[in-house]
Design a protein around this ligand. Structure first.
Ligand SMILES: Nc1ncnc2c1ncn2[C@@H]1O[C@H](COP(=O)(O)OP(=O)(O)OP(=O)(O)O)[C@@H](O)[C@H]1O
Length: 362
């Protein structure tokens, strides 16, 4: 028999004046890195706080390694939480912050010093022992918070938006460090974030959350390449979305009719004919057709263009009035179409995904 999951949520609900987490069941396998990804207000922090024991669920159970710990306080649970504000003690030095938990546990001073030194080396902060917290950069503070949690050797580490508020270079550096720490220490990590890049690069498994409900659970590749519905698709960058007049199912390809053209699509994962479907595409996979090329969609009118650094965003409209945004290269060799001009586009060899429409807020 396989060992029980490090963390399991069994039909967990949290209600304030309305439900903010609704009937959620999930498992975090031992040693894995799982990320809960969702927009602001979708219930990510609430889930993390219920797992950490800082909030009590209205209904459902929270289990650690198969044992129900729903009623236990935070300090009785085999996990450690790093909150968004990190919660470091500003009046203590780096070493005192890291050693604090060991002191509370009654560990002797010599062992405390040894463990603290080792952990500071792991997070690349040797030589910073005597610094005060206000003398550190944002990234260094994050690493102190990690060291302080990891020195207690928790079976499970909970991270609330671990890289929020850091600049892009630091994010990338810390992302790598967290990933290395995870591999080296073998701890189970559950992180919550609204940042898709973070979820993509760190996790073994992603749980996409929307308004307190799970929309999809899968590997980063599954979620980013085969989103379950239009909500997940938009969240992971399939921003070019079209509504078909009609959808015809086939054995291999499905066809969708948009503005009078039949479009070959990837068949949907769930073939429920009761769904309303939308076509989704990654905006960077679309390009303007050469005059001799057969286009993949009917003619479009350019509404406006906006320079975005690496790309130019083109806002256009189909003959049926639908809007379509896509990106073309900002390379000087690529012509930017004039507003009001008529263009044709291609996306082949990629085919649009046909997904259940779930853009309406629940
Ligand atoms: N104490 C509370 N009383 C009432 N509603 C609350 C309370 N705490 C949170 N909420 C509501 O619960 C919902 C989920 O909040 P939560 O903080 O879990 O979201 P989140 O996904 O972590 O958001 P963010 O990414 O912005 O941190 C929000 O609509 C929030 O307003």
């Amino acid at each position: 028999m396989s060992s029980p999951a490090a963390i399991a949520l069994d039909r967990v609900t949290k209600v304030y004046d309305k439900p903010v987490v609704s009937d959620i069941s999930l498992e975090v396998p031992e040693g894995s890195f799982v990320t809960v990804l969702g927009p602001s207000g979708s219930g990510k922090s609430t889930i993390l706080q219920m797992i950490g024991g800082f909030l009590q669920p209205t209904a459902g159970r929270i289990l650690f390694a198969g044992t129900d710990m729903t009623a236990l306080p935070p300090n009785k649970r085999p996990c450690n939480t790093i909150f968004q504000d990190l919660g470091l003690f500003p009046h203590m030095t780096v070493a005192e912050n890291v050693a604090y938990g060991l002191k509370v546990r009654g560990v002797d001073p010599a062992t405390r010093r040894k463990c603290t030194t080792e952990m500071l080396a792991i997070v690349a902060l040797e030589g910073y022992e005597r610094r005060r917290i206000h003398q550190l950069s944002g990234g260094q503070r994050q690493r102190v918070a990690l060291a302080r949690a990891l020195v207690l050797d928790p079976a499970v580490l909970l991270l609330d938006e671990p890289l929020t508020g850091l600049d892009e270079r630091l994010r990338q550096q810390l992302r790598g460090e967290i990933s290395r720490l995870h591999r080296r220490l073998g701890a189970t990590i559950l992180a919550v974030t609204h940042n898709q890049d973070e979820a993509l690069s760190l996790s073994d498994r992603i749980i996409v959350l929307r308004a307190g409900r799970i929309e999809q659970i899968g590997t980063p590749r599954e979620v980013f390449e085969r989103p379950a519905n239009a909500f997940v698709a938009r969240f992971v960058g399939f921003d070019a979305i079209l509504k078909p007049e009609r959808v015809d199912s086939g054995i291999a390809d499905w066809h969708a009719r948009v503005a009078g053209r039949d479009i070959r699509c990837e068949p949907p994962v769930s073939r429920d004919p009761a769904h309303d479907y939308v076509l989704v595409l990654r905006p960077e996979r679309i390009r303007i057709a050469d005059p001799k090329e057969r286009s993949d969609l009917g003619p479009l009118t350019v509404i406006s263009t906006a320079y975005k650094g690496r790309d130019v965003e083109v806002e256009s409209r189909l003959v049926d009035g639908q809007a379509l945004k896509f990106l073309i290269s900002a390379d000087p060799g690529v012509a930017v179409p004039a507003s009001g001009s008529s263009i044709e586009i291609v996306w082949e060899p990629m085919k649009p995904l046909l997904l259940p429409d779930a853009l309406v807020e629940p």
